[in-house]
Design a protein around this ligand. Structure first.
Ligand code: IPE
Ligand code: IPE
Ligand code: MG
Length: 246
């Protein structure tokens, strides 16, 4: 007697609502080809375009990309200038692509440390994409989680000192409202490329229960297929949040 076969795509576990990526390996990609590091960063920017488009096609509601950390200022001045130049270029050249993809852009990080024209470019791009609803794209620039947590602590301490808030009332919700990610859902899945297995000061509070997937692929080679594989890995995980699971 013939038995009904399961559809090949049947998958009961939900996909991640928020995927965050630590985009790493541009320098090694360039070095392996005898090219300057800047060439790796340029190809890294191409990968951003591909992955934003791919994430939209895969129906991922929110994508957060770590582009430049507070610690990356320690790199040689010409490399920092190359990275800022790419960001400046990206904000201009990718605006149409973001609009076409229905993407709402947010830049997360400390704007005070960034060149003025870049800050203006960020505000422009955020404003022009603010009513898009297909995918939220957050790019972390001049972002460091410890700095963010300290800033939140300072803000709460000021409110306590001003008599507006009692220390006992500070709970997770209060704290989250002071973070740069206020109002955004925590990442469900964090992917880091290039084989490194560390967090490097990325979304420390928000990633408390994220699933981590480390892949060997260098960021300039990363694309929609890799994203899809990481999501498949995520779906195989059992998230327990301290409980005892299934
Ligand atoms: C990621 O690639 C880009 C940034 C961190 C700005 P890297 O530049 O860190 O590349 P590797 O780690 O040196 O290969
Ligand atoms: C993490 O990559 C930061 C970004 C991807 C922007 P790094 O290359 O700066 O991290 P470490 O120094 O290897 O930890
Ligand atoms: Mg690196």
């Amino acid at each position: 007697m013939p038995t009904a076969s399961l559809p090949v795509t049947s998958d009961p576990s939900p996909g991640p609502a928020h995927v965050a990526i630590i985009m790493d390996g541009n320098g090694r990609w360039a070095k392996a080809r005898g090219l300057p590091r800047a060439a790796g960063h340029r190809r890294g920017a191409d990968a951003v375009r591909r992955v934003v488009r791919g994430a939209g096609e895969l129906g991922i509601p929110m994508l957060t990309l770590f582009a430049f950390s507070t610690e990356n200022w320690a790199r040689p001045a010409d490399e920092v200038a190359d990275l800022m130049g790419l960001l400046r270029h990206y904000l201009r050249s990718e605006l149409d692509e973001l609009l076409r993809n229905g993407a709402r852009l947010r830049v997360i990080g400390n704007r005070e440390g960034l060149p003025e024209d870049i800050v203006r470019g960020i505000s422009d791009a955020e404003r022009q994409t603010q009513s898009n609803t297909r995918i939220d794209v957050n790019i972390c620039v001049n972002y460091g989680a410890r700095h963010e947590i300290l800033q939140a602590t300072r803000n709460l301490a000021r409110r306590v000192a001003a008599g507006e808030l009692s220390p006992e009332r500070i709970d997770e919700q209060h704290f989250e409202r002071e973070l740069l990610t206020a109002g955004l859902p925590d990442p469900d899945l964090v992917i880091r490329t290039s084989g490194e297995q560390r967090i490097s000061n990325f979304l420390l509070w928000q990633c408390a229960y994220a699933e981590l997937v480390f892949v060997d692929t260098l960021w300039p080679d990363f694309g929609k297929d890799h994203l899809q594989q990481a999501i498949a890995e995520f779906r195989r995980r059992e998230r327990r949040y301290g409980g005892i699971g299934r």
